[in-house]
Ligand binder design. Structure first.
Ligand code: ATP
Ligand code: SF4
Ligand code: MG
Length: 371
């Protein structure tokens, strides 16, 4: 029975040609049973890597996961401490260690895949094997649930068609025998959602579930996803660039920037007067102006998300932050200096709102600069 997922100080490192990079840095959040949570941020902020780590999908990539992922209070991440150099806190870069780590991760998380956690991937079509029919792949997903694993072929086919029908596929029996290349993008996405839900998971992670689709198909699928999550009493973690999608589907939103959480707030507070972090505000402004001006492109936030290999001192958003510029123009150089040299921590503002920004902490500029 799923009650709560708690992610604490989740840190992910990858061993790349540029050295050891850290695309996810001490990320902590909670998802309660039945809650629908959104994860937003620009491309490259670490949303997918965070979500995949919950499922242990870094397998195959030389990487390391640190922190805690607790399911109902029990840590489901294996203890990786022996893979680290105790002095440098850096993972040993030896192939045999990576393999042992992959095995440990796989053993510890595989009992939960499909049954407790299920995922709709960013590119749905990659979830389907082009060599097998939709029916065969859907039946394999069904067999992950205790309820269905010992059922006859007939029963499994009936259940698979029932799910295709629930996803409003026009001809479930026909789709059952078709191959992925015979379906449209919208149909593929419906199949992928059916596969993710058929094993009756408790927590569904949906990574950009409709980005590849045109607006009309996307809005139909989102409505369907929302209805199914409610009917199945699913807990949902949805990742999206689109704040309208997040407002529609979720109650709580987590804003990520450059591998860190910068704001957590109720989704109904995704409003210019309620949102606090300058980055979250800029994201909101970009989308509002996009809607108002009705152009095809977002009014981009100046600059780019830094690469995980880039070292940034102080607040990671400071090179792009409008508030830093404003304060400098007002002669408040101390404020700007603090942003450039000292990393702010995530502070609780109100019961449901936390922000990582010096402008929203109680500590006066001088006091912090001296500490
Ligand atoms: N396997 C990997 N090896 C090395 N670097 C990786 C790997 N996977 C992701 N990254 C890097 O980690 C950072 C975060 O990637 P991630 O896919 O989580 O971003 P995202 O927020 O999901 O972006 P998008 O909105 O484009 O999907 C990026 O800089 C990416 O290049
Ligand atoms: S800490 Fe400073 S640079 Fe960072 S978001 Fe807040 S005001 Fe901007
Ligand atoms: Mg992504």
């Amino acid at each position: 029975m799923f009650e709560k997922l708690s992610v604490t100080d989740l840190t992910i490192q990858f061993d790349t040609r540029d050295g050891l990079i850290q695309p996810v840095d001490h990320v902590s959040f909670e998802i309660e049973q039945g809650q629908h949570v959104g994860l937003i941020g620009e491309s490259g902020c670490g949303k997918t890597v965070t979500a995949l780590s919950i499922l242990g999908f870094e397998r195959g990539v030389p990487g390391i996961v640190k922190g805690k992922i607790e399911l109902n209070g029990q840590n489901i991440l294996p203890d990786f401490s022996h893979f680290f150099d105790s002095k440098t806190e850096i993972a040993y870069q030896k192939k045999q260690n990576w393999r042992r780590w992959e095995k440990a991760l796989s053993l510890s998380l595989s009992p939960f895949l499909g049954t407790v956690f299920s995922m709709i991937f960013q590119d749905g079509s990659k979830m389907l094997d082009p060599l097998f029919t939709i029916g065969k792949q859907l039946v394999e997903a069904l067999k992950l649930s205790d309820e269905m694993k010992n059922k006859s072929k007939m029963d499994l086919k009936r259940e698979a068609c029932f799910w295709l029908n629930r996803l409003e596929m026009p001809e479930p029996e026909k789709t059952f025998s078709q191959y992925p290349h015979q379906l449209s993008g919208g149909m593929i996405q419906r199949v992928v959602i059916a596969m993710a839900l058929a094993s009756k998971p408790s927590l569904l992670i949906a990574d950009e579930p409709t980005t590849a689709l045109d607006v009309t198909v996307a809005s139909k699928i989102l409505r369907l996803l929302k209805a199914l999550c409610t009917e199945e009493e699913l807990t949902l973690l949805v990742i999206s660039h689109n704040l309208a999608v997040i407002r529609e589907l979720t109650q709580k939103v987590i804003v990520m920037y450059a591998g860190q959480i910068v704001e957590i707030l109720p989704s109904h507070d995704l409003l210019p007067e309620r949102i606090k972090h300058p980055y979250a505000k800029a994201l909101l402004d970009a989308q509002i102006s996009d809607l108002v001006i009705a152009t095809n492109s977002l009014q981009a936030i100046p600059g780019e998300v830094p690469k995980p290999s880039e070292q940034i001192y102080g607040c990671r958003f400071h090179p792009r932050c409008f508030l830093v510029k404003e304060k400098q123009e007002q002669g408040m150089q101390d404020f700007a200096d603090r942003c450039k040299t000292q990393p702010p921590s995530l502070s609780i503002l109100e019961e449901n709102q936390s922000v990582r920004c010096w402008a929203h902490t109680e500590v006066p500029v001088k006091e912090t600069l001296q500490s």
